[in-house]
Design a protein around this ligand. Structure first.
Ligand code: ATP
Ligand code: MG
Length: 244
C-alpha cells in the first residue's frame, strides 16, 4: 500500500504493542486520510482491538509511532479525544439507565455537532429519544453509540465491532450511513468489522490481521476482487507480509 504521511490524518508507523511486555500486534503500519475508511479485519484474537487502543493512546507502544492530526499520540487519552480522535469501544459505551436524549446530551461538547443533526442522520433515534437505552435493541444501541461519537465531530473515528450482535441487514443499513458521514464531514475512519464483504463494500482500504501481524493489505476494491486471498489471509493460510 502506498502511504502518504503528509496528507494522512492518522499515521501508524511500525508499531508493536501488547500486554505485560508480550507483543499482541507486531510491526503494524497504516495510514488514513481525511474522508477515508480503513477496514481492519481479522479473526478473534488477531489484534484488532489492541491496534485501536494503541492508536488512541490507551496502550503504551513497545516500539513504533502513532501520529494523529500532525502530533504524536501519547497516553493522554482524554486529551487525544478532545483533539478529535474518538474511539467507539466494543462495549458500546452507552448509559443504560438514561434515555437516548440524555445520552446524547452528555456526549455533546462545545464546538461539536448538534443533536438535531445527529437525529437527521439517524431518524430512528429521534423517535426513540425518550426511551431508556437499556430498552433499545442491539442495533439501536449501536446507532446511539455511533451518534454519541459523531456529536464530538471527530476528525479520526475508530470503531470497534460496530455491528457486534447485529444482523447483516442491520449492518447493511448502518455502514452506508457511516460512509456518507465520512464523506460529508471528511472524517477518517478505522472500522473493525466482522462482516468482511459489507466492510469492503464501504471501505477505501483494508488490512487483514492474523495472529497480531499484517497478513494482507490493499485497496478495498482490490480485495473485493481477491475474495479468496482475503479468506486465506483471514484464516492464516498465507504468510505474513513482514515475513514474505
Ligand atoms: N488485557 C489483556 N491482557 C493480556 N492479553 C490480552 C489482553 N487483551 C487482549 N489480549 C490478547 O491480545 C491478543 C489480541 O487481542 P485483541 O483483543 O486485540 O484481538 P481482536 O482482534 O480484537 O479479537 P476479537 O475479534 O475477539 O475482539 C489476543 O491474543 C488476546 O488474548
Ligand atoms: Mg476485539
Amino acid at each position: 500500500m502506498t502511504t502518504t504521511p503528509d496528507t494522512s490524518v492518522l499515521s501508524i508507523d511500525d508499531i508493536t504493542v501488547g500486554y505485560g511486555g508480550v507483543p499482541a500486534v507486531r510491526n503494524f503500519s497504516a495510514s488514513v486520510r481525511a474522508g477515508e475508511i480503513l477496514a481492519l479485519l481479522g479473526p478473534n484474537g488477531a489484534g484488532k482491538t489492541t491496534t485501536l487502543l494503541a492508536a488512541v493512546g490507551a496502550l503504551p507502544l513497545m516500539s513504533g509511532t502513532v501520529t494523529a492530526l500532525g502530533e504524536p499520540i501519547d497516553g493522554r487519552v482524554e486529551r487525544n479525544a478532545r483533539r478529535g480522535i474518538t474511539l467507539v469501544p466494543d462495549n458500546r459505551g452507552v448509559f443504560h439507565r438514561l434515555s437516548v436524549a440524555d445520552n446524547l446530551r452528555l456526549a455533546k461538547r462545545k464546538g461539536g455537532g448538534s443533536i438535531d443533526s445527529v437525529y437527521d442522520h439517524f431518524p430512528r433515534l429521534r423517535d426513540l429519544r425518550s426511551r431508556r437505552c437499556g430498552n433499545l435493541s442491539g442495533g439501536e444501541q449501536q446507532m446511539l453509540a455511533l451518534a454519541k461519537a459523531l456529536l464530538t465531530r471527530p476528525s479520526v473515528l475508530l470503531i470497534d465491532e460496530l455491528s457486534l450482535g447485529l444482523s447483516p441487514i442491520a449492518v447493511q443499513d448502518l455502514l452506508p450511513r457511516l460512509r456518507a458521514i465520512a464523506d460529508d464531514q471528511q472524517m477518517a475512519v478505522v472500522l473493525v468489522e466482522q462482516h468482511i464483504d459489507l466492510a469492503l463494500g464501504i471501505a477505501d482500504t483494508a488490512i487483514v490481521l492474523h495472529h497480531g501481524r499484517v497478513a494482507l493489505t490493499g485497496s478495498a476494491r482490490e480485495l473485493r476482487d481477491r475474495r479468496d486471498t482475503v479468506e486465506d489471509a483471514y484464516f492464516g493460510r498465507i504468510g505474513h507480509l513482514s515475513e514474505s
